[in-house]
Ligand binder design. Sequence first.
Ligand code: UTP
Length: 289
Amino acid sequence: MPVPVRKAIFPVGGLGTRFLPATKSMPKEMLPVVDKPLIQYAVEEAREAGIEQFIFVTGRGKTAIEDHFDHAFELQSMLASRNREEALSVVKSTIPDPGQIAYTRQLDPLGLGHAVWCARNFVGMEPVAVLLADDLILSEKGCLKQMIEAYNEVGGNMVAVMDVPDEDVSSYGVIAPGDVKDRLIEVRGIVEKPPLADAPSNLAVVGRYIIQPKVFEDLGRFERGAGGEIQLTDSLSRQLGLQPFNGYRFAGRRFDCGSKIGFLEANIAYALDRDDMRDDVSQILTTFS
Ligand code: UTP
């Protein structure tokens, strides 16, 4: 069996310019879908998948994320004194065990690959998951748990993939698919943000990865790719042939919460998914048509 995945990296160093002015003083990852920040969904997904150590790669202006995963003493003691047990347990449920979360700063937002590389000393010589909180995935079993179950059979590098329409292909990393076995698709090539004419398929990479330590060596070469950024998919591409590399076509619905429409869609879908909100939201939606 491959070395188990115990750690996860959460790159949260991006600028979130598509959400200005909301993200002027608030990290994009703190935007709430219904009542929970995006980053908390990602942490819960990782925990469900068996992750024990959470590594955040942050940037300037991201302290709200650290505060979110810490005690809020004043709030907690106020809720306790008023016997607001339910609210208190919601607040406490966000707090990890001491030492479970580590923070490092990216210093300069040079791209996703660079953000991941910044976490190298916390990872060491073992595989690690990478979760992008702005890719929110609604599914019965968490996307990362699905991937880790498949990874435990095949090892190597793995990316979550989904089919996207032609007009969206150039916004994603895209794989050249090989052999297919159930949800696993062998990756024969991967290219970041290709023009449609050069795209090897419509299978796009979304923000869940399992990467092997060798990938960090390659990221450390700081080769610039699409958009002048250091791209994670480029380093994965250079590992082709050296270790297994698979795409995992996850079960679930993914929302691009880095975009306004995707974020709104996620709020509606997550509200409709909740027993306490479904009827009211359905009713409200009928008033718009
Ligand atoms: P995006 O491409 O969505 O960039 O990054 P962004 O800066 O967050 O948002 P926009 O485009 O300006 O609105 C994809 C993911 O990679 C992380 C982001 O935090 C996000 O989760 N990222 C990106 C970094 O951590 N560092 C970077 O240098 C770039």
